[in-house]
Design a protein around this ligand. Structure first.
Ligand SMILES: NC(=O)C1=CN([C@@H]2O[C@H](COP(=O)(O)OP(=O)(O)OC[C@H]3O[C@@H](n4cnc5c(N)ncnc54)[C@H](OP(=O)(O)O)[C@@H]3O)[C@@H](O)[C@H]2O)C=CC1
Ligand SMILES: O=C1O[C@H](COP(=O)(O)O)[C@@H](O)[C@H](O)[C@H]1O
Length: 361
């Protein structure tokens, strides 16, 4: 009926669909089938507003337009990757919705996984939206004749930490015995030539001590060290998606002065300082404009969505059945201490004694 009416009106038809796109693989596929009966894939714009964020869009340029990164972006040089979302407020009246979904469905399975694909994918043939989405979906799959095999390994229990903030169940719409996580840290491992052995740590939480979203790429130690002094940390490349867009490279330099010792410093690109007076568009603003232009590059294709649910559905079902329990954490904290322990077990080395001095604007 809708389809016939729209066709009759002429012009173009583009449907913007906002999450939740189902609750698991089966419900998402059912929804996709129902929408698919009405509209063709080129008419469907599944929105993930993280794909409209300035620094997420910058990933393609950084990775594929800079000689610096090309030879380093692989398992030979990168030790671990963190993609982190923190919010300093709780569910704030959305407890009813949130309790049905939880932090994995709300943030990790969509926003953080989309970012992961852009960090991990191979170079697309061109900026054509299908070429980009083909490469993103290959992070999940290897296509081998008729054999379709998943390249992201199944999530292991010992590589998951779930949390629920103290006071979450006080919301009248949240059941007294809710098992829904408001915090999760999960390691994904991509079994391909570029990333074998590199943990991708996806972490998201509500009611924490700070609000931020960033991508942190930590490099391996330099072999054959000749500087006989204690290292403060490893090289890191950090892209802060929000607040205050920035990207910086943490690196060792000579401690200024007479001594020959090293100190951890940074090469810093802070957007406010570098791009005076430039307004960064809101993610939705940008994505709705793309819809009007008919550009699907920053929208989620059906096969990407299916692959994303494939990865998380077994874990989500176990949480829904109460087989995995969230650890309680205090509001305004960093979340469960077990998440920091998981990070160290994954190989992350924290920098010691590094202090950032913000530039005067
Ligand atoms: N241009 C800019 O704006 C720049 C800003 N800075 C600022 O300087 C500060 C330090 O930067 P940086 O060293 O990169 O980042 P942080 O010290 O904030 O974090 C580094 C890593 O350590 C973890 N971590 C942080 N605190 C703890 C803790 N108490 N216990 C265990 N693990 C912890 C973080 O986890 P998690 O991510 O989960 O917190 C992250 O993995 C930050 O506030 C940063 O924003 C630095 C350089 C440039
Ligand atoms: O999709 C969602 O995102 C917001 C966070 O968006 P951000 O652009 O401020 O990072 C989150 O609060 C909400 O729970 C979730 O549904």
């Amino acid at each position: 009926m809708i389809k016939l009416l729209l066709a009759h009106l002429g012009g173009w038809t583009r449907i913007v669909v906002e999450k939740p796109f189902g609750k698991d693989l089966d419900s998402a596929e059912k929804l996709s089938n129902q929408i698919g009966e009405l509209f063709e894939e080129p008419q469907l714009y599944r929105i993930d507003h993280y794909l409209g964020k300035e620094l997420v869009q910058n990933l393609l340029v950084l990775r594929f337009a800079n000689r610096f990164f090309l030879p380093l972006w692989n398992r030979d040089n990168i030790d671990n990757v963190q993609i982190v979302f923190r919010e300093d407020f709780g569910t704030e009246g959305r407890g009813g919705y949130f309790d049905e979904y939880g932090i994995i469905r709300d943030i990790i399975q969509n926003h953080l996984l989309q970012v992961l694909c852009l960090v991990a994918m191979e170079k697309p043939v061109s900026l054509d939206s299908e070429h980009i989405r083909d490469e993103k979906v290959k992070v999940y799959f290897f296509f081998n004749a008729e054999l379709e095999s998943i390249s992201v390994e199944p999530i292991k229990d010992e590589e998951v930490v779930l949390g629920q903030y103290h006071g979450y169940r006080d919301d009248s719409k949240v059941p007294d015995h809710s098992n829904t996580p408001t915090f999760a840290s999960i390691i994904l491992r991509i079994h391909n030539e570029r990333w074998e052995g590199v943990p991708f740590i996806l972490k998201a939480g509500k009611a924490l001590s700070s609000k931020k979203a960033d991508i942190r790429v930590q490099f391996k130690d330099v072999p054959g060290d000749i500087f006989n002094c204690e290292k403060q940390g490893r090289n890191e490349f950090v892209m802060r998606l929000q607040p205050s867009e920035a990207m910086y490279m943490k690196l060792a330099v000579k401690q200024p002065g007479l001594e020959m010792s090293t100190v951890q410093s940074e090469l810093d690109l802070s957007y406010k300082q570098r791009y005076h007076g430039v307004t960064i568009p809101d993610a939705y603003e940008r994505l709705l404009l793309d819809t009007i232009h008919g550009d699907q590059q920053h929208f989620v294709r059906r096969d990407e969505l299916k692959a994303a649910w494939d990865i998380f559905t077994p874990l989500l079902h176990r949480i829904d059945k109460g087989e995995l329990k969230p650890i309680s954490y205090q509001q305004g904290s960093r979340g469960p201490a077990e998440a920091d322990e998981l990070l160290l077990r994954a190989g992350y080395v924290r920098t010691h004694g590094y202090r950032w001095i913000p530039p005067a604007l």
